[in-house]
Design a protein around this ligand. Structure first.
Ligand SMILES: Cc1ncc(COP(=O)(O)O)c(C=O)c1O
Length: 412
């Protein structure tokens, strides 16, 4: 085991936690785009809130004001992570709700103006794609931007899709399956040129790479705490001042009447602490993770024949790689790796278990085989050189075994 220690935690502590005593398997978690473990500092602060700061933030008395102050502090921390003003940050139940409020809320606010057209890229998360589908059933026109094998949206495709009635364009900042980063500033400029609003789903980039809403030039930006070592079930939507969004939930006046319901105080506070820590460690951690990811990628391509990286290698978030393994069913590889203690995924956690080829890889023009033979490795805070080397060591044997069980001819 390498003596390398991560900026987050001593590896021995992590390995101790991930050691399955009954099966004597040392577990290696490489599925951080699905979710991340809670940081101890986050859990401690949340626990203090759950135990001692139980007030309702809408209450006028001490207990309520204490909870409100905790939320305000978290709002500032989340705003700082994306270069925003705290008053423009709205807390939600996660990335899915943020995407829904942004698209449905803005679309509905713009409906009376006659703008009834929505645009998104074909590689968006289901939270965006299914929201567009739901609105299409209610008569909205929708366009999905085509994408090539780079996995990067072409500005020309957006230019030709934009129309005078386009209300909202939604293009994700970083893709959850292949990690590619989209040219958001250029795309937002085009959308604004035709009078449309621009939303970006930054669930996979917030906390991983520096983000600034002003530089991006967007109108709305979605985030989710559990992707950067915060709790599940809490997220945020940044809405630029002046942009009108109708609420999805009606009720009390919480969150400036944009999201009714008593706030998830502990979750919000946890998101704030996670945002603060992410902001302070992001630069060094990004360099460390990119080196680890590149080591993994190069090691796999070298050690396993018939492998290829899906999508452009740059610009990409530093922790993600998606690799296809010719003549290997990704689901079988995932299970074989899990038996070795290595946790990866075949794509988005939301569509796992469906055995459907990834909509992202299909949209990029890869055939069904390649889309079904691909594995996402997403690295995170506790991964070490030694863990990466172990993956590179065990993969060739597993792949060879799986290939020996299949009669499909090589397609390399
Ligand atoms: C790009 C992207 N958007 C949205 C979501 C949904 O976020 P949440 O799980 O917080 O609802 C995810 C989660 O995987 C995601 O990767």
């Amino acid at each position: 085991m390498s003596s390398h220690s991560t900026p987050w935690q001593e590896p021995t502590e992590y390995i101790g936690k991930c050691y399955d005593r009954n099966r004597t398997v040392q577990r290696i978690y490489l599925d951080h785009n699905a979710t991340t473990p809670l940081l101890p500092e986050v859990a401690d602060r949340m626990s203090a809130v759950l135990h001692n700061e139980f007030g309702n933030p809408s209450s006028v008395h001490h207990f309520g004001q204490q909870a409100k102050a905790a939320i305000d502090e978290a709002r500032t921390d989340v705003a700082n992570l994306i270069g925003a003003d705290p008053s423009e940050v709205l807390f939600t139940s996660g990335g899915t709700e943020s995407d829904n409020i942004a698209i449905r809320g803005a679309a509905e606010a713009l409906e009376p103006s006659g703008r009834r057209h929505l645009i998104a890229s074909a590689i968006e998360h289901e939270a965006v794609l299914n929201t567009l589908k739901a609105l299409a059933k209610r008569g909205w026109k929708t366009t999905l931007l085509p994408i090539d094998q780079s996995g990067i949206v072409d500005a020309e495709a957006l230019r030709s899709a934009l129309a005078d009635e386009t209300a909202v364009v939604s293009v994700m900042h970083a893709n959850n399956e292949i990690g590619t980063i989209q040219p958001i500033t250029a795309l937002a400029t085009l959308a604004h040129g035709r009078g449309a609003l621009f939303h970006t789903d930054a669930v996979q980039s917030a906390g991983k790479i520096p983000l600034n809403v002003k530089t991006l030039g967007v109108d709305m930006l979605s985030m989710s705490a559990h992707k950067f070592y915060g709790p599940k079930g809490v997220g945020a939507l940044w809405i630029k001042r002046g942009v009108r969004v109708l609420p999805l939930l009606t009720g009390g006046r919480q969150e400036r009447s944009r999201r009714a319901g008593t706030e998830n105080v502990a979750g919000i506070v946890g998101m704030g602490v996670a945002a603060r820590i992410a902001a302070s460690k992001m630069t060094d951690e990004g360099v460390r993770l990119a080196a680890l990811r590149d080591r993994l990628e190069a090691g796999i391509l070298r050690a396993v024949p018939g492998t290829a990286v899906n999508g452009a290698r740059e610009p990409r978030v530093p922790n993600t790689t998606n690799i296809s393994f010719d003549r290997v069913e990704a689901e079988s590889l995932l299970i074989a790796l899990d038996l070795e203690g290595i946790a990866v995924s075949t794509g988005s956690a939301c569509s796992s278990g469906t055995l459907e080829p990834s909509h992202v890889l299909k949209a990029m023009g890869f055939n069904a085989h390649r889309a079904q033979n691909s594995i996402r490795f997403s690295l995170g805070a506790m991964n070490t050189d030694a863990e990466i080397d172990r993956v590179i060591e065990v993969l060739p044997r597993i792949v060879e075994k799986l290939r020996s069980l299949t009669r499909t001819p090589a397609r390399v």
